[in-house]
Design a protein around this ligand. Sequence first.
Ligand code: SAJ
Length: 412
Amino acid sequence: MKICIIGQGYIGLPTAALFTTKDCNVVGVDINEEVVNKLNKGEIHIEEPGLKEIIKKAVAENKYHASLTPEKADAYIITVPTPYISENYSCDLSYVKSACESILPYLEKGNTIIIESTIAPMSTDNEIKPIFENEGFTVGKDIYLAHCPERVLPGKIMYELVHNDRIVGGITPECSKKAIEVYGQFVEGELMETEAKTAEMSKCMENTFRDVNIALANELAKIGAEIGVNALEVIKLANKHPRVNIHTPGPGVGGHCLAIDPYFIYAKAPETAKIIKLSRDTNNSMPDFVVENIKKIIPEGKIAIFGLSYKGNTDDDRESPSYEIIAKLENLGYEITTYDPHINPDSNLNEAIKDSELIVILSDHDEFKELDYDLIKEEMENPIILDTKSIIQDVPKGITLYNYGNLYELQG
Ligand code: SAJ
């Protein structure tokens, strides 16, 4: 089967690679000329374990090449970004639409088109299907259109693309069957057939589920601080109940999924999606909550921020709450230094903490779980740590630790 994949990023390139391990020939299309040239040399531009070897082999065996323009194929897969439009809480479909338009000159009867990019519910039916219909194709008869969202974890993409179950949402049942034929070549997880709109909503709800649960944990942290209860102890004990899983409070929710996808649902039903919007607001309020507590710990002075990534052990800082917290602190006149060995391998703990009065932990990197407390005591006069990720269990004498378990001590 010849496959044309539009967008050679974190999802498109690994997907292309996996098709080449089967009886497929793949063209990977990208608008970035530098990326295309690199890929055609058998080199890759993103970091993902296990990917480099497959692309190198596929290029050598002529099973993969990259191009700036699409080519005739049996199946087209769209894996381009869908940025968030903050003004109307919706998703920007312009890249997806222009990717669909770019394949029109090559499209033939019998072809399958799969949208993988995360999109708002109803997008495939209302905005993508008409692009093909306007060219005279009947979807479900001449060509087959489906939305099949990805759900993988960076660092484990090559494994998860093969083994995770996948939702396959066709415009018609025939469309789903054709999309299953495409993925069935390398996916070993279950390929679950449904409608396009159900697939779109499921993807958005998976991330909304997590966002809402994190909001509940964050609200508990705030209540604990207000009424004098150790929220972390509450979580630990409540989670011993076999059907309870309270998530972990933090400095806010970052990343390009949880902080965005819930809005795609909210934009479709703003009067009804109350819990979804309130959860977003609660999670968005966490940077302010952190800053308010920092003001109580030290009203002025130098602060060392530990962690810029939106989650632990990654260099991904998209939508990271750390930047909002830093900007707010700088506005208040605090002097800020940062330490994040994943984002900036040259950053160093000694320099960051030198003459600081407070360390604020904002990412759960492994490096922060066991800090060099002797060094901290040497470099800081009265060391205080605010751990917003609840990763430090205990500190030696001479160091003060605040976390979401004891913030109430700062009240009044
Ligand atoms: N966070 C908390 N408390 C928690 C868990 C997470 O504050 O208890 C914060 C993290 O620190 C981070 C944010 O939430 O700032 C998001 O982290 P995450 O690991 O939950 O989510 P993502 O955005 O990295 O990945 C999600 C995943 N979706 C689900 O778990 C339902 C992933 O499986 C998806 O592939 C990805 O979105 C996606 O592409 O949609």
